[in-house]
Structures are given as C-alpha cells and as structure tokens.
Design a protein around this ligand. Sequence first.
Ligand code: IPM
Ligand code: MN
Length: 365
Amino acid sequence: MTQNLFLLPGDGIGTEIMAEVEKLIAHLNANGKTDFATDKGLVGGCAYDAHGKAISEEDMEKALLADAVIFGAVGGPKWDNVPYDVRPEAGLLRLRKDLQLFANLRPAICYPALADASALKRELVEGLDILIVRELTGGVYFGEPKEITELGNGQKRAVDTQVYESYEIDRICRVAFDLARTRGKLVHSADKKNVMKSGVLWDEIARQVGKDYADIKFEHILADNAAMQLVRNPKQFDVIVTDNLFGDILSDVAAMLTGSLGMLPSASLGAADPETGKRKAMYEPVHGSAPDIAGKGIANPIAMVASFAMALRYSFNMVELADEVEAAIAGVLNDGLRSADIMQDGCREAGTEEMGAAIIAKLDF
Ligand code: IPM
Ligand code: MN
C-alpha cells in the first residue's frame, strides 16, 4: 500500500538536508523496502515570499491528509521584520496546533563515536540514551491572552499565558509512561510547582497517571534542577516529561550533550484515531535553519535522516528498517566521517551530500 509523505523542507539548510532524505526515500522505494509517494510544499520564510503567509491553506490541507509530514527547518534573518503573525515560526506552530500534535518525542542518544564531541566529559555522556517528551500544543506557546498593550503613559505591557487543563497533562504523561515501559522504566516529570499553579496541576495529574503504571518509577523534578542535573549527570534520566516551554529548553540542553544540535531528531504525534489506530505525525530535526551555513553544502543531515527514521518507526511501524537507518548513521560515524559541526581530530570532514550518500551506502541493500 502506498504511503503518502508530505515534505516541507522550509528555509536555510532545510532544503539541503531534506534533499538527502529524498535520496534515501528513493533508495528505499527502489529496493522494494517501502512504497512512499512524496509531495512537497512550502513553509516558513519561503512560503511568506510565495504567498505572504507562513504556510498556504493548500499546503495545510496536504499536511492534514498525509500519512506523515517530514519537516526541515524555518526562519532566517531575511524574515526578521515580517509581521509577527506570518513570521516563519508561525507556519511550524500552526502545523503543530492544527494537526493536534501534542506529543513531541526528542530522544538524545550519544553515538559512541561522538562521545568526545560533547562539551561534557566522555564518561558522563557515553551510552547516553534519554527521551524528552515535550507537550507541544498547549502552555505558554498558545495560551490566551498573548499580547502587548500600550498603557498610554509611554509604557507597554506584555502578557503570555501559561495554561494547562488536566486532560492535556494526562495524555502527554500517558505517552511518557507508555514509552518508559519500552525503555528504562523511569519517568521524571519536570515542572515549577514551587512557583506556578500550572506546575501544581501538572504534578498532581502526573502522579495520578503514574498510579496506572505500577511498573514504572516516577520522580518529580523542578525544571531548573532538571536543567542542572542534565549537565551534571545526564545518565540518571530515562524519560523526562514536561510542558511546552520547559521541553523546548531542556531538549536543547539534552541535544548538546550528544555532541551537536545537528544530531537530534524529533517526532510530533497526535492521538491515535480510535477507528484506524493511525496518528497524525510530523518529524523534524531539533536544530533550526542555520542561515549562517545555508547554501554552503556543509550542514549535518543526520538529525534530518534520523527524524525520517523516527517516521519509519512511529508512523509506519517499520521498526527493523528504522533500526537499519539508525545503524547506518552510527556506522558512518564509526568510519570517521564527520560534518563540520562535529569534526574531530583524525576524522575526515564531509559535506551534506557526502554524509547523506555514505549513510545510504552503509545500508545492506
Ligand atoms: C523547536 C523550536 C521552535 C519552538 C521554534 C522554531 C518556534 O525552537 O522546535 O524547539 O520553540 O518550539
Ligand atoms: Mn527549540
């Protein structure tokens, strides 16, 4: 059965790294491993240039209908001064919101070959395998009111609203506990219940959900302490579940533990359809559009390729194939090939296309 992928490369290095995923898809299709049909759209600054919006209605419709959306990155200095509502990030946020992708999975795995590329000591990160489960459709990102008002005395007042309802906390915690069951059976729930009401509710619901998972160890952690512990001793964690904003920050910290932001993939999942069991899903690297290196052919395609591997795993249940793609990435790193962001002494530097081709060549077919 043909599966439909909607590709949204976006801006900056997004197009370059997506090109490597397209080659990988072509290779998988040609070898009978998959039967993907792809369509491509515009999101972010390029969509603004073409349509005056961060994503067109037509492309939104395609994203809603696709079996999975593969997303590159958005933004760049060219669009720094466009109106707030149509800034590049608005396209990404609209996709998350309209597809109701409430569960953002951000694994941080330290590839053995890269343990020395981390800013932390090798022994702290070697073998690291943690998963940040970030709530993605609520909290301060979307809460209303969200505005800047003139106070009339030359002063302005800015408001963002951190708001969570219990069902939103409940469903993201269940995703975290379910995933912990397939891994290290430990969930840390991070909030700021010492200063925020939303944190108090978060903790209450997280503990309640935890009661349904007697086999999983539950730990509460304050979000600031979680940031500190992530750089002090990251291997104490297995799954961390947290809100939209804390998840944004903690996942950047976790990403850097692995050597480079260019390594970290993510999956954003909606609820399973009660009839078909299918989830809406979007896969994107955690890094941004890196305008400083865009167009130079030196971007690291690994997070993008690994995001596609997550699509194989979570949207299409092609677990073995996902394992093979991930092993190919590890293999290329073991061979000493490095993009500029993770370059180390004694390794050979390769551009985006060479890295992408090497990953494909590592596959057994
Ligand atoms: C991320 C990004 C986005 C976010 C930006 C681009 C809106 O930083 O996916 O982590 O803040 O969620
Ligand atoms: Mn971020």
